[in-house]
Design a protein around this ligand. Structure first.
Ligand SMILES: O=C(O)c1ccccc1NCC(=O)[C@H](O)[C@H](O)COP(=O)(O)O
Length: 207
């Protein structure tokens, strides 16, 4: 059966990371983007990485940062993958992908141009709303003709709508933050568990 990967983004504490793991998430997102309400230090992120053990992915999230800074923070935090938002040359993308698997974030307006791109090895595209972490959802059905197979999906996903999004786009992975929080950076355990359960129900339905 197809198993859609689940990433719980904006995780800032060991307790919330373990909650995500226990709920069945495949990865947590650790945000290093300047100005984020869910910003985490490399030291806090490393504590989370070590506490999670070998089986759960830790994705370092970056926006518009220099490649040297991305690689420095990723190494210090012991992440297993990185997620890159913002402008980036194909050379920069390949450089980072030489060290870490990359989720390369695209906005809806980038899809047409991205259709002509050959992704470097170890890069997976991820569709997100123009304002990351804002809880804004996308017109999944309208975007379906432009969305390539194997893409990951974010943008306003939560327990109540992730099944609908999965039916429309069949993403390889889904990612959420705003709908799973009590307040920025702090998870709502019920919403988080309900999100993972909704993904698994949709997987079973789509099998
Ligand atoms: O969440 C943030 O604060 C953030 C800030 C800057 C860059 C990325 C950020 N989040 C990245 C994510 O992967 C979010 O989970 C994704 O944008 C979906 O967010 P939401 O629509 O709130 O579920």
């Amino acid at each position: 059966m197809l198993r859609t990967r689940v990433k719980i983004c904006g995780t800032t504490t060991v307790g919330d990371a373990l909650l995500a793991a226990e709920a069945g998430a495949d990865a947590v997102g650790l945000i290093f983007a300047p100005g984020s309400k869910r910003l985490i230090s490399a030291v806090q992120a490393r504590e989370i990485s070590l506490a999670l053990g070998p089986a759960v992915g830790r994705v370092g999230v970056f926006l518009g940062q220099e490649i040297d800074e991305v690689l420095r923070l990723a190494e210090a935090a012991r992440v297993s993958a990185v997620q890159l938002h913002g402008p980036l040359s194909s050379l920069e993308l390949s450089q980072v992908a030489g060290y870490y698997p990359v989720l390369r974030v695209l906005r809806p307006q980038d899809l047409a141009q991205a259709a002509h791109l050959a992704w470097p090895p170890h890069v997976t595209p991820m569709l997100d709303a123009p304002q990351p972490g804002s809880g804004q959802s996308l017109d999944w059905a309208g975007l379906a003709p432009q969305v390539p197979a194997g893409i990951w999906l974010a943008g306003g996903l939560g327990p109540l709508n992730v099944g609908q999004a999965m039916r429309a786009l069949r993403p390889a992975g889904v990612d959420a933050v705003s709908a799973l929080e009590l307040r920025p950076g702090i998870k709502d355990p019920d919403a988080l568990r309900a999100f993972v359960a909704a993904v698994r129900r949709a997987d079973a339905e789509l099998a």
